[in-house]
Design a protein around this ligand. Structure first.
Ligand code: 5GP
Ligand code: ZN
Length: 109
């Protein structure tokens, strides 16, 4: 089954890349929900957090958040990862939404 984020990783679909290393890639969301809305993904296809994430990759994702927000020049940000259809997941390749650039409400839903 073709996966839009795998196609971005392979360079077959364009994306505005913010940060990239051997394990992860961060690019601007095509339909931003905040002034800054970036998606951080593992390069390896993992469906969502219901799947086993190797420890090295888990570390790379956490580190990738820090590198991405440094590149973006934002200090305060929110991260969200929808896991499963009922949680609003539409692209079934693990991704962490990084949202910033406006005052966020304390409530997350
Ligand atoms: P989900 O609802 O699965 O948590 O979030 C999927 C996100 O991927 C959405 O915010 C949507 O705008 C974004 N998205 C879907 N297709 C593309 C694409 O081809 N390129 C980029 N940059 N973002 C995409
Ligand atoms: Zn994929």
């Amino acid at each position: 089954m073709s996966c839009v984020f795998c196609e971005i990783v392979k360079g077959n679909l364009p994306a505005k890349v913010v940060y990239e290393d051997g394990h992860v890639m961060a690019f601007h969301d095509i339909n931003p929900q905040a002034p800054v809305h970036v998606l951080l993904i593992p390069k390896k296809h993992i469906t969502n957090l219901a799947e086993e994430v190797p420890v090295e990759l888990a570390h790379a994702l956490i580190r990738g958040i820090r590198h991405t927000v440094e590149r973006l020049g934002v200090k305060d940000y929110r991260i969200v990862s929808n896991s499963g259809k009922g949680a609003g997941q539409e692209v079934f390749h693990l991704h962490i939404h990084i949202l910033a650039g406006k005052e966020m409400p304390a409530s997350t839903v």
